[in-house]
Design a protein around this ligand. Sequence first.
Ligand SMILES: [Fe+2]
Length: 291
Amino acid sequence: MGDTGFTLEPLGTCFGAVITDIDLRHIDGPTHHELHDAWIEFGLLIFPGQFLQRQEQDRFARCFGELEFTAAPIANLGKDGRLHSADDDDVVKAIRGNEGWHHDSTYMPVQAKGAVFTAEIIPSAGGATGFADMRAAYEALDPATQIRLSELRAYHSLYYSMDRVGLLPTATDDQGRPQGYGYQVDTPCLRPLVKVHPESGRPNLLIGRHAHEIEGLDPAESEKFLDDLNATACSPDRVYHHQWQVGDAVLWDNRRLMHQATPYDMNEPRRMWHTRIAGDPATELALNQTG
Ligand SMILES: [Fe+2]
């Protein structure tokens, strides 16, 4: 039980907690402080049965920082009620691309701080969201590997990650670039492979599907190195997959955790809402960007 009345139950893995006896539409100052501390300590907070409206979700997310963008649908169900299910549909491609482990917006000049994600419509099976603890992954490495990784930097690009799995959108903008959020960054963002979390002070791996071309390595060698590192980092003992119920809300720390979508039958509708919390440019700006 928190001092302010909510109940917190750790997931029993190295991160994550379920919080009940709380209404996220009405958070007072002391409760916000306690939630913020829990967010930094556990990395992932799960709030069952909240049924937030979009503006309520955004208001809750703003408790943790400015927004990179307000509640956006992650859905195979269009505004017009059309179900997107074909493999060559750009909506489907974007959803499938998220199945690779990643931190959000590492391909943008400022990496995201976190996100609030809620479930409105869920399929009858599948569609869980996975989370993986990159702090625990770093701490599990031997000291020599920790030092080696601390000296490496890689580029992050959405174009790279989607091209690699053959899921670039077909639609292009007037300059011939793929259409969609994240494709308009002309210079891939350079980031360290190990980054100290600005609030906890603990080192985290910063890797995932958008990372490529480690400086000083041959591209093929870099790709294999990062594939191996991603696989090791996301070992089962550092991973939790959340199987959604309608009305669930989660808040995660994108500086510490990676996440992934998992498949479901695209002939069934699914609509999630994602509010992205902006990173602090003082700590989350890419090494080669000016903001
Ligand atoms: Fe994501």
